[in-house]
Design a protein around this ligand. Structure first.
Ligand SMILES: *Cc1c(COP(=O)(O)O)cnc(C)c1O
Length: 399
């Protein structure tokens, strides 16, 4: 069935206190109660529309959480101060000492480091698998496995996760499927495809302005209540709540997300096709040559394209560095980590955002040292951008 996440956000009628067209910003850490009983009930999480303390919940974050839940078609959501806070809180809520996680080996570098190095503290074991090989995913599951973790489109190799098939495996073993959808908001709706928990770094496409870090967890009422429980909730007790001022500004940017995603996708698709035609080794889920192109096509919501991320293998780190420096000088974009910005950003993944992954593992997962990840910007003249990059590649003897 056709699902339109942009329409779901537009259909929400969220007004401020005085009919303001933008929701009011709550500039308070605590909230008064007329009746002492109500305070007690709110502590227990029983009172709808009552707020206790802003680390627990605050109205401005609630507006944004409601909009994200509408976009994802989940019952609830919680807003975190970073993408890593969303990922770590959700995983720590699900796993106890002695538990086990099965994860895609290609993930965001910070996620990889958390899974590989940090969770050891709690004796939580992690198996790293090729997420496109469903047999190896299932084979990695143990009696103490609690979560299958993946990214809908993985960083930086842009593999597409078969979310319905992974959800089926998770269900059969009574474990949770958690999906990081940072690369493909609106394009893919993991919860509709069977994921139990969807996490975001809103730092990227959702906010799209590169002016702050932020994150979100979208899931069932039950899971969000557990996370924010005053006695046992990881989000409540570790406390990575987003400031309401930021929340309000991200919320306004969310309303232009659909237009931006379309333009990011259009520009990335244009560059991908052109790069392929001049013989560069390129990965983009929108190209029929991409191994999971058909799968992506089957899973995606119509109208938003295949996303703004492309990866080009420029063979060696030296070539990659030379090309990136020249691209920056020619104003193609910025040599910087991060993504989802209105300017094009590029970085050499093996030496930057995936440097947490040891070199032998990088090789094993097919991450070449010359792989340059592009987050394609909102350029109005993408043909001109392509001509600049083509000239640089020719100078470097790559074409
Ligand atoms: C950036 C990113 C994160 C981490 O988010 P922060 O907001 O930087 O904490 C997690 N997952 C993916 C896919 C990312 O790109």
């Amino acid at each position: 069935m056709k699902f339109d996440p942009a329409l779901k956000i537009q259909e929400l009628r969220q007004f401020g206190e005085f009919g303001d067209v933008n929701p009011s910003i709550t500039d308070s850490a605590t909230y008064t109660f007329l009746h002492a009983d109500d305070m007690q009930e709110t502590f227990l999480g029983h009172t709808e529309g009552c707020f206790l303390y802003s680390r627990h919940w605050n109205p401005t974050n609630k507006y944004l959480a409601d909009a994200l839940a509408a976009m994802e078609d989940t019952r609830s959501a919680w807003i975190t101060a970073s993408g890593m806070a969303a990922i770590t809180c959700a995983l720590l809520q699900l796993c106890n000492t002695g538990d086990h996680i099965v994860t895609s080996v290609t993930t965001y570098g910070g996620t990889y480091a958390f899974l590989k190095n940090y969770l050891q503290k709690f004796k939580i074991d992690v198996s790293f698998v090729n997420i496109t090989d469903l047999k190896s995913v299932e084979a990695a599951i143990r009696p103490n496995t609690k979560v299958i973790y993946t990214e809908s489109v993985t960083n930086p190799l842009l593999q597409v996760s078969d979310i319905p098939a992974l959800a089926e495996i998770a269900k059969r073993h009574s474990i949770k499927l958690m999906v990081d959808n940072t690369f493909t908001p609106m394009i893919l709706s993991p919860a509709r495809l069977g994921a139990d928990i969807v996490v975001y770094s809103m730092t990227k496409f959702i906010n799209g302005k590169n002016d702050c870090v932020a994150g979100a967890i979208c899931s069932s009422h039950q899971f969000i209540d557990e996370l924010s429980n005053v006695n046992t909730g990881t989000a409540m007790l570790l406390g990575p709540v987003l400031d309401p001022m930021r929340s309000a500004s991200i919320h306004k940017n969310l309303h232009t997300l659909h237009i931006r995603m379309k333009q990011h996708s259009f520009n990335a698709n244009f560059l991908a096709e052109k790069f392929q035609s001049i013989g560069l080794n390129i990965r983009y889920p929108g190209l029929p040559s991409h191994p999971q192109h058909e799968l992506h096509k089957k899973l995606m919501n119509p109208g938003f394209g295949y996303g703004g991320m492309i990866a080009i293998d420029l063979s060696t780190a030296e070539k990659a560095n030379a090309v990136m420096q020249k691209m920056q000088m020619a104003d193609v974009g910025y040599l910087a980590v991060s993504l989802g910005y209105f300017k094009t950003l590029f970085s050499c993944s093996g030496k930057s955002t995936s440097s947490e992954v040891p070199e032998d593992v990088q090789k094993e997962m097919g991450l070449s040292e010359g792989l340059v990840r592009f987050s394609v910007g909102l350029d109005n003249d993408i043909e001109n951008t392509f001509e600049k990059i083509k000239t640089i590649c020719a100078e470097e003897g790559l074409i």
